[in-house]
Ligand binder design. Structure first.
Ligand SMILES: *Cc1c(COP(=O)(O)O)cnc(C)c1O
Length: 394
């Protein structure tokens, strides 16, 4: 775990503001983080989206339709599964919030569905879909590319920049800037300019709301620890948010420790980053003294991003959530352990949360742990083929 930085004097007030909905504020800020740093041409589109969020997101009719789609099409609520074999191995009581069981195999569908419904209310018709994806990520998650094309999306491999998530977001933003009126930009994590971080969190909070109810009903009490992996931070913020007011629940986010602590070897933004602006938001960022954004490395495509959502930056700064890292090696080992002991193949991203939970359990014996199982690992088979099983190390 990294040592927590000095907390601001108003940490308790900031948490209270967040819990009571006073944050994000009118400028879209989570304390010092967040806001909107975009070209002038995007401001009307973001204003329109913000207006739509205000008008529809908490409207009972929208919520009823969203809930019905989540139930009938996505398959919610997803299970909270006890993991007794992992629990025995770790000396803990382990519960898995199974977003891998959601339709399409990961949490992202909650947000994609909610934003598509919002886009329709904002006037979009037909919804032809163009997906920008880094060339490297197309290769390492090729099953996802095949599926998206089969389902009718146009997938454009991005060959510029780092050829991963950051470059893909750059290209998507460029596309949007060229036609902000006729295009809806469906941002897939809790990052970007206001109102995206707020909107994405609200759409994913169903994860934590369900998990909290389920753990109370199934385990008879709140967990001691809630843990999730953090790329941009959408599955984590969705799971964490409903637990933020439970002071007795410790919350830990796990970033990609990659192959080491050096520049370019990881994607651990909150562990190693400094404040800065990327993709329209002010948050923590991996960049050098000249403001040059750094290349990142992670074995998992979804965590391989030099930024992080502004709400996580706030939660880190006020000490409500701790952020730690798991290396590529630790994640692969945790993935194999989950396969062997529970018969569940988690995504490589998710495996980082397991590695972090395992380490926490070693320091805190006998505790109840809820792990956000953000997605299934089928998409990672091209990468996993390079790492044969049977390498569980402890
Ligand atoms: C995309 C993805 C992540 C990382 O994105 P967040 O926005 O940080 O949640 C984590 N797990 C899975 C399975 C993913 O697909």
């Amino acid at each position: 775990m990294t040592a927590p930085a000095a907390q601001p004097d108003n940490a308790a007030q900031l948490l209270d503001d967040l819990l009571s909905g006073r944050l994000p504020d009118r400028r879209g800020r989570f304390g010092p983080f967040g806001g909107r740093y975009v070209p002038e041409t995007l401001v009307p589109a973001l204003d329109r989206l913000e207006g739509g969020v205000k008008k529809y997101l908490h409207d009972p009719a929208f919520q009823a339709e969203f809930s019905a789609e989540l139930r009938d099409w996505v398959g919610r609520p997803t299970a909270l599964t006890p993991a007794p074999a992992l629990g025995r191995a770790w000396g803990a009581e382990v519960w898995l919030k199974r977003e891998d069981l959601a339709h399409t195999g990961a949490h992202k569908i909650n947000n994609a569905l909610g934003q598509a419904m919002l886009a329709r209310l904002l006037g979009a018709t037909g919804l032809p879909c163009v997906v920008y994806m880094g060339e490297i990520d197309c290769e390492r998650q090729s099953p996802n590319v095949e599926r998206m094309r089969r389902l009718g999306a146009e997938v454009i491999p991005v060959t510029s920049g780092d050829r991963t998530l950051r470059a893909a977001i750059d290209e998507a933003l460029r596309d949007w800037v060229s036609d902000p009126v006729e295009t809806y930009y469906l941002l897939g994590s809790a990052v970007g300019p206001h109102p995206y971080p707020y909107l994405v969190r609200e759409l994913h909070s169903v994860i934590g709301q369900e998990a909290r109810e389920q753990v109370l009903a199934q385990a008879g009490g709140l967990p001691d620890l809630v843990v999730a992996c953090v790329g941009g931070g959408s599955n984590a913020i969705g799971l964490f948010h409903p637990f933020l007011g439970d002071a007795e629940v410790e919350i830990v986010g796990i970033e990609a420790g990659g192959s080491g602590q050096g520049l370019g070897q990881n994607a651990a933004t909150l562990a190693h980053g400094r404040p800065g602006v990327l993709h329209g938001t002010y948050s923590m960022l991996l960049h050098d003294a000249d403001g040059q954004v750094q290349e990142t490395h992670s074995v998992s495509a979804g965590l391989d991003y030099p930024g992080v959502g502004p709400e996580h930056a706030l939660l880190a700064s006020i000490g409500r959530v701790r952020y730690a890292t798991a290396s590529d090696e630790e994640a692969l080992s945790a993935l194999d352990e989950c396969c062997a002991l529970e018969g569940i193949l988690p995504a490589l991203e998710t495996a980082h949360a397991f590695a972090g939970a395992r380490r926490w359990a070693a320091d805190n014996p006998g505790k109840r742990i809820v792990i956000g199982l953000s997605g299934r690992g089928d998409k990672d088979m091209p990468t996993l083929a390079k790492y044969p099983p049977g390498r569980v190390t402890r």
